[in-house]
Design a protein around this ligand. Structure first.
Ligand code: IMP
Length: 431
C-alpha cells in the first residue's frame, strides 16, 4: 500500500487529526515530522474526545507504531504530560512510540524568549502559541540546539545548557529587561523527566527505512498548514518549521522516492489563528456564525479563530507547493444553514486582478478578494455518509472547488466522528 503524507492546505486547523485517525486503520506507521506541541489535533474516538499536541494521532490505535521524527521540536514536559493523559485514559503508549534522538528540545528559556519577543514586537507580533517553538528552531539553525540524544549524556547536556543560558540570560535581562533563568533548575527539572522519555529514543530514520523495506505503509501526519510554512507560507506570519510536504522528508530522513501520494486537508471555508493577512476574513455576523457553528476555537490555546470564505487561489497554491494528489474537504456541514456562500477566485491588488496567491505578504495584506456567489443548500449534511445523498447545491459547491483548485475532492467530512465521512476514493487503494 502507498506511503501517504496528510497535511493542511490552509492556515492549520483543517481537521487533519480526524482524517489521520480515520486513515490510520490502513497504515502501519504514523509519523509526525515537524512542529511541536503548538499543534492541536482533535479526535473523537468512540464518542470520546482526545486533543493531541505532540504524539501522532495514530496512538489511539493499539497496534500502530507512532514515530516522532527529527523535525519535531520536543518539549519534554509536554511529552510526559501527554503520555500521562493518554495512559490515564486507557491508551497504551509505551509499546508503540519512538522518538528521534535528533529531535531538538524546547526548554524553559525558549518559552521565555517566545513570550518576551512577542511583547517586544508590539503590533508586528506574530501571535504565536507561546510554546517556545520559534526560539527552539532558531537554536537548531544557529547550531546551538540541544537534542534528545544529549539527555543520554548528562554532562554534555549540562555544558550545552550553561553555554546557551549565558547568552539567553543576557538577552532576557539586558534587552527584554526581565529576569534570567537558572541553569541548575532547568538541568534538574529536565533530567527528572529523562527516564520517562529516553526509553522512547530511537534512530527513527533507520526504523522507518526498515519499515519501508519490509513493505509497511507509512502515514506522515502534518501539523499546522501550508500557509504557515516558514518558506512557503505568509512569511513572517508563519510557524518556524516546514509544514509543507518537503518537511516530511527532512523531518524524518525518508527519501522522496518513498512517498506515493499527498492528501491535502482543506476546510470548506477558511480560518486562521494569530496575526497576518487573511483576504477573505469576515469581520461580521457571517464570521461569527462560522466561528460558533464550526466551534472555531484553538485546540491548543483556546483562542477564537478568525473565520472567512473559501479562498481558492490560496488552496490551489498549497496544492502546487505540496504536489497534492487528492483533497479531504472537511466541515462542509458547518455551511448548512447559510442561504448563500462565497468563494474567492482571485484578488485585486493595487488595482490589478490576479488569480494567483501572492507570495509577498505586503501584497497579500492589500489584496481584495474577487468573489463569486453560490446558493446555499439550507439542508442538513451533518452525518451524511453517501455522496449522492448530499443536496445538489452542496455537490455544486464541491465541484466548483475542485475546478478552481485543480485537484479532486476524494474524501468529505460531515461531522466529528470517524463514521461521518464520505470516501469517494480511498487514498490507499491501488490505482
Ligand atoms: P508558533 O508556531 O507558536 O510559533 O506560532 C506561529 C503562528 O502559527 C501563529 O500565528 C500561530 O497561531 C500559528 N499556529 C501554530 N500552530 C498552529 C496550529 O496547530 N494551528 C493553527 N495555527 C497554528
Amino acid at each position: 500500500m502507498p506511503n501517504l503524507i496528510v497535511l493542511g492546505t490552509q492556515w492549520g486547523d483543517e481537521g487533519k487529526g480526524k482524517i489521520v485517525d480515520l486513515l490510520t486503520d490502513r497504515a502501519d506507521v504514523i509519523v509526525r515530522y515537524q512542529g511541536g506541541h503548538n499543534a492541536g489535533h482533535t479526535i473523537v474516538s468512540d464518542g470520546e474526545k482526545f486533543i493531541l499536541h505532540l504524539i501522532p494521532s495514530g496512538i489511539l490505535h493499539a497496534d500502530k507504531l507512532c514515530v516522532i521524527g527529527n523535525g519535531v521540536a520536543l518539549d519534554p514536559h509536554a511529552l510526559v504530560e501527554e503520555r500521562e493523559m493518554l495512559t490515564k485514559r486507557g491508551v497504551s503508549v509505551d509499546r508503540n512510540l519512538r522518538i528521534s534522538d535528533a529531535c531538538h528540545l524546547i526548554l524553559p528559556y525558549h518559552r521565555a524568549i517566545d513570550k518576551e519577543s512577542e511583547k517586544f514586537r508590539g503590533t508586528r507580533r506574530i501571535g504565536t502559541t507561546g510554546r517556545g517553538i520559534g526560539p527552539a528552531y532558531v537554536d537548531k539553525m544557529a547550531r546551538i540546539g540541544i537534542r534528545l540524544g544529549d539527555l543520554a549524556n548528562p554532562s554534555l547536556f549540562r555544558e550545552k545548557l550553561e553555554q546557551n543560558l549565558a547568552e539567553t540570560n543576557y538577552l532576557l535581562e539586558k534587552l527584554y529587561t526581565t529576569h534570567g533563568l537558572d541553569a541548575e533548575t532547568i538541568y534538574s527539572q529536565t533530567m527528572s523527566l529523562a527516564d520517562r522519555i529516553l526509553p522512547f529514543m530511537d534512530d527513527t530514520a533507520l526504523t522507518l527505512h526498515k519499515a519501508i523495506k519490509n513493505g509497511k505503509t507509512l502515514l506522515f501526519e502534518g501539523a499546522q498548514g501550508t500557509l504557515l510554512d516558514v518558506d512557503h507560507g505568509t512569511y513572517p506570519f508563519v510557524t518556524s518549521s516546514n509544514s509543507s510536504a518537503g518537511g516530511a522528508l527532512t523531518g524524518t530522513g525518508v527519501g522522496p522516492t518513498a512517498i506515493d501520494r499527498v492528501l491535502g486537508v482543506t476546510k470548506a471555508y477558511t480560518t486562521r489563528v494569530g496575526s497576518g493577512p487573511f483576504p477573505t476574513e469576515l469581520i461580521n455576523e457571517s464570521g461569527e456564525y462560522l466561528r460558533e457553528k464550526g466551534q472555531e476555537f484553538g485546540a491548543t490555546t483556546g483562542r477564537a479563530r478568525r473565520c472567512g470564505w473559501f479562498d481558492a487561489p490560496a488552496v490551489r497554491y498549497a496544492c502546487r507547493i505540496n504536489g497534492i494528489s487528492e483533497i479531504a474537504l472537511t466541515k462542509i456541514d458547518v455551511l448548512d444553514a447559510l442561504p448563500s456562500l462565497k468563494i474567492a477566485t482571485g484578488y485585486e491588488i493595487n488595482g490589478k486582478k490576479t488569480e494567483e496567491f501572492p507570495r509577498r505578504v505586503e501584497l497579500l495584506e492589500t489584496a481584495r478578494p474577487v468573489y463569486e456567489s453560490h446558493p446555499g443548500w439550507t439542508q442538513p449534511t451533518s452525518g451524511v455518509r453517501d455522496f449522492n445523498a448530499l443536496p445538489d447545491n452542496a455537490k455544486r459547491y464541491i465541484a466548483r472547488i475542485e475546478e478552481l483548485i485543480e485537484v479532486p475532492v476524494t474524501v468529505l467530512s460531515t461531522g466529528v466522528g470517524r463514521e461521518d465521512t464520505i470516501i469517494r476514493q480511498d487514498p490507499f487503494a491501488a490505482r
